[in-house]
Each structure stands twice: as structure tokens, then as C-alpha cells.
Write a protein that binds this ligand. Sequence first.
Ligand code: XMP
Length: 319
Amino acid sequence: DWTMGAYREQAIDAIREQVGDKQVICGLSGGVDSSVAAVLIHEAIGDQLTCVFVDHGLLRKDEAEEVVKMFRDNYKIKLIYADEKELFLGALDGQSDPETKRKIIGGLFIDVFQKYANEIEGAEFLAQGTLYPDVIESVSFSGGPSVTIKSHHNVGGLPEKMGLKLVEPLRELFKDEVRALGRELGLPASFIGRHPFPGPGLAIRCPGEITRAKLEILREADAVYIDQIRKHGLYDEIWQAFVAILPVRTVGVMGDGRTYDFACALRAVTSVDGMTADYYPFTHEFLGETATRIINEVQGINRVTYDITSKPPGTIEWE
Ligand code: XMP
């Protein structure tokens, strides 16, 4: 007779017992796992928890504001908003190689997180939204052959480096159970059902050089695309959907003038775990309407394409 309500109570007792009266730091990404972990831990130990949310300047439209509003204003969780946009975008300036971009972001992320974490006095624990599949994966793959297609950025190794002990209240749960726990904790449905968003953010949706102007255009186009998907009731059928801005400008006509603006690609896939994926079969009507909306509403884009590559041979992200 096992329910999420019972799990919640049990997890809260376990967190209290583990942490005692010490301070806990939690890196908040805005994703489901770290959010559920933070809310659960906050319920257990209140102000002994401080969350750190790093804004690397590669977030989607209004994303930073939404996270701050939800956790600081709504849940009253102590939250450090680390505005490091200039640092990250400065370091990425002129870089166009995908792996170099990832390494810069991953490295800075750890530095920044450590800097803010060091300011929290008496912190002895680091909270992470590790799930059961993450636990199994790291065991079964250890020592085995590994092929790195893309270096994923995470904060692995950070707890040892900082001398912190781990608090991982979701270690026994699968993704669907984390979502159920999130609902049990009162997180809004729109938040719990969100598509995954990669750590390097918009950087890997902006092939080639990253500029502030391109990021701004990308944010606007992505917001229109997601709005279209929601309005057509397709959001929950899709594993991930986003826009990539292409490093090429093309000629177009608008009104009685010539345009010379960026092209973009729409991406939408279905998937069970992100390891393989199929492109989503939108109707031509949906695609046409979306292209028209993006070109009309987003200044800087005059051509829209749809990416019909499945994984493999493609990857979900563009870099
Ligand atoms: P790919 O592009 O490899 O993506 O097919 C598979 C899934 O992983 C996400 N992804 C990342 N997530 N850091 C992350 O936290 C990363 O560096 C990263 N790269 C890809 C991607 O969004 C998709 O869900």
C-alpha cells in the first residue's frame, strides 16, 4: 500500500535525520528533478536549504524570472540568483567549435557554482536530483568502453572537490515517480510536464559563433514555436521541441522590400529516454502556420525549415 504521500513523509524524515541542523546547498536548474528535490528538502529543513540558480545567459525567454518567481516568491525558498551572463557570453565570444563551447560552459559552471556555494556559511551538504536510472547507469557503465559523442556537462566530482556530502532524496525514483512526487508537493502541472532542457542551454542550439543578437532572435522564435505547439495541444506528445538558429543568412521578400536575415530550423522529436528519437510528424498545415508566425513575429528571421532527422543518425540537439 505504497503511495507518493507516504514516500514524501518518509523522505522528509530521512532528510532531517541525515542533515541534522547543518546547511544544505542545492543547484537549481529549473528542470523537474532539481526542482522536486529542492521543494522536498525545503519541506524537510526549511531555511537550512539555500538554492543556487546560475544564469549563464543561455536560457530561454523569461526562464530566469519564472524560476526566481516560483522558488523565491512562491515557495519562499532561499535562492541565490547568480547572474553570470556576462562571464559566460564573454568567454564564448568568438568560439564556434561545439566541444570547445561545451567545455567552456561546463568549466565556468563549476567555478561559478563553487564561488556562490563558498559564500554559504556552514554548508556541509550538496543536494542533487539524482534519479534511480542515473544510479544504475553510473554503475553498469563504469569501467566499460565509452564512446563520447558529446561531453555532457554536469557537476560530477564537485562534492568531493568541495568536501560536501550528498543529499539525494530521489535516488530510488524513476522519472514518472518524480513527476508524481512533484504533483504531490504542489508543483504546477505545466512545470512538471516540461520538456528536458540541456545544461549548455541555447549554446548548442546556436551552431557556430554565439552572439547576443542571435540569442535574442532564437529566444523569440522558440517562444512562438512552443506557443504554437501548446495551442495545438501537442506539447505532451512531444519529448522535446525547440528552435535552432542557423549560422547563415538568406534572401527573402517582405512587403515590397528585400530581406537578408537568419534561417532557423524547427526541431521536435518523440522519444522514451532521449537515446533514440523520431522526428515528430507535424501536419503541413501546422508547419506552414508556424513558419508564417515566426517570420511575421520575429525580427531577424526570414526562413524556417523543419528538421526531419531521427536519432540515430542525428542527435536531438544540433551540437
Ligand atoms: P542529444 O543531442 O545527445 O541529446 O541527442 C540527448 C538528450 O540529452 C540532452 N543533452 C544534454 N543535457 N547537458 C545536458 O544536461 C548536455 O550537455 C546535453 N547535451 C544534450 C538533450 O537535450 C536531449 O534531451
